[in-house]
Design a protein around this ligand. Structure first.
Ligand code: AMP
Length: 233
């Protein structure tokens, strides 16, 4: 399968070509068509499988194809990605900026432990994609700088880590603040009962996709076995 077969917007295909990606990774080939069709998705994928582009590309496609007629107020994102750590949030935001280079899409990244003034300034302008750690996001919501009432797509990235870090109550508060009618996506490397319970509360009839299993050798690595006696080991 090629990226052009996925029917992504031309601006995104150009960005993908600039990045030098030749073909979609398995998780991308499965997730992108389902997300473009508007389905909810639960995905089991580790870092390094191309999982970020698997949801960032369809999210950007949606923003490009269904541009609203009126300008939205500042700090009113259409795509919201929750991530457990500053590093992961920044990686997701960096990829969004990279793929949206040819498009007029504004991405903002919010995380705790960083000063407020820079984030406040970013939120005083148009925001299309907001990537955030849950606690700092709610801080900004309480201060009236972020309005989640226009969110069309909600992504929980590395949901298992967010639960491990004690973010469950924050996540539930965020889910109450976004519109009922929206698309949802949950990425997790593992599926505990807690993750299943969370998925059950906010995903609607989700499609399930799984990346290659951990510990499978890459195709380009040849493996040989030589049987030897114990003395000749
Ligand atoms: P991730 O699993 O999202 O952390 O992505 C791992 C890395 O793979 C990132 O640096 C991406 O830039 C890169 N990547 C994503 N999709 C592709 C692709 N289709 N072909 C080659 N590299 C990719």
């Amino acid at each position: 399968m090629t990226f052009s077969e996925l029917n992504l917007a031309p601006a995104l295909l150009q960005a993908i070509a600039t990045c030098g990606y030749e073909e979609p990774t398995p998780i991308q080939a499965q997730a992108i068509p389902a997300l473009l069709a508007g389905k909810d998705l639960i995905a089991s994928a580790q870092t390094g499988t191309g999982k970020t582009a698997a949801f960032v590309l369809p999210a950007l496609h949606r923003l490009l194809e269904n541009a609203p007629a009126t300008r939205r107020r500042p700090g009113t994102p259409r795509v919201l990605v929750l991530a457990p750590t500053r590093e992961l949030a920044q990686q997701v935001a960096d990829q969004a900026v990279q793929y949206a280079r040819q498009a007029r899409i504004a991405t903002v990244c919010l995380y705790g432990g960083a000063p407020y003034p820079v984030q406040n300034r970013q939120l005083s302008r148009q925001v299309d994609v907001l990537v955030a750690t849950p606690g700092r996001l709610l801080d900004h919501v309480e201060r009236g700088r972020v309005d989640l009432s226009q969110v069309e797509l909600l992504v929980l990235d590395e949901a298992d880590r967010m639960l491990d870090m004690g973010f469950i109550h924050d996540i539930k508060r965020v889910i109450k603040l976004v519109p009922k009618k929206r698309q949802n996506l949950l990425f997790s490397a593992t599926f505990s009962d807690e993750i299943r319970a969370l998925a059950g509360t906010f995903l609607i009839d989700p499609e399930y996709v799984e990346s290659e299993r951990r510990n499978t050798p890459p195709d380009l690595v040849k493996q040989y076995v030589y049987k030897v006696d114990r003395e000749r080991k």
